[in-house]
Design a protein around this ligand. Sequence first.
Ligand SMILES: [Zn+2]
Ligand SMILES: [Zn+2]
Length: 437
Amino acid sequence: MKYNTIFLFTFFMLFTHQLPAQQVHTAGEMRKVMMGEDLGPHLRWDSIARQHLFGISPLGRIQGEITILDGQIFVSTVGANGQVQIQNDWEVEAPFAVYAHVPAWERFDFEVKTESESELQEALEKFMLAHGYDTSKPVPFRVQGTFGHIDYHIISKPASETEHSHELHEKAKKHFSLENTRGELLGFYSQHHEGVFTHRGSFVHIHFMDDARQNMGHLENVAITQKVALLLPMINSTLGSIHVNDTDFSKGRLGFQQDIELQDLVKFHGHLCDGLVVGFQALSEAMKTLYPDGTIDRTNTRIVSQPPPCLTDVAVYLSGGRYQFNTFYVSKAIDGLFVVQRLDTGRAVAVNLNKGVKPEAIDRLGSLAVKGELSACGLDSLKTMEDEFSDFLLKTKPSENYTVREIKDFKWDPVLQNDFVKTDVLNKNKPGCDGGH
Ligand SMILES: [Zn+2]
Ligand SMILES: [Zn+2]
């Protein structure tokens, strides 16, 4: 019995550890909006990367509702005639918001009967725990299907009304009800954001949109009377984050920990490309071997990278290695994308992308592009191929696509070589496929 418990506990720890901390971002605070303390803009939606974006917020100074589904924005307001109006303008602000980038969702049958939002929250919690999701971290979720009953509101504070209070907040809500309607709920679950994006006493903030795209707003109540689909972030998607440990100030001690996700690398590197995804996943796999507890000590790691611009950027960002401290260099001589070494144990591993995983055409067209021989339209089709390859990688288990190998007696052999070609800027002045820019 005792052994069983220990086994189960260990299993649970291992299992939950592999889950991505799906990064959920917030801006502003719901509580301050409701109390009228701060209705000012805390987020401009057009400043957020759109690929795989999911998010919800009120509009402007609470003049409507905003829902973003997979990079598509919907903004609902109530017209003078009381009709719901939905448009798709990105140049909108929000007094508070919650959002996440989710590249891949896992679809589950969700057989529950609920009469209210809080019952839905309860059912969701149970389901996530039973399926290995870490409910102590914020999680985005979607529910799709036919709903027996939906109550939702669109907040519609008159633009001329300057003061705000709890009473005026209630008054500003325009209520709508629907029966037997097909649509989707987009929600964010968190036990730690009461007053930030969930109401006091609630762990969810949910928006509803019907399939006809004629109704959208903040969910108040939902009756689920027949089987619906629940979508949760794909567990094996490594668009999750890696966890790093650094020192806490310029002369500080080790212990400042944070999560890095692919999206952060996009900012550093300049764009999202398949090389960035390959580098991020490959290095995450290698780091898992070196740091089995999941926390990468960036003060204790050195790295050798192949020369492509995406790989070297991933290498320095994730490992903390830098040339001037003799913890990073670039070499074509290594057998792998990267060789990473832990300084305290001396343990070193190399990581490869398995043969046959990357479509051969990407490399063929890629080398033509480097020689300047790929036409403007050819560049566009190469981009499409690379994007599809990235998508594929993000939807499959990294352990199936990469191989990590132990390197015995690894020799650190730093060289300074600065005549590699930065291949991702060679075509920067090529005209567009249609002849324009
Ligand atoms: Zn809302
Ligand atoms: Zn790149």
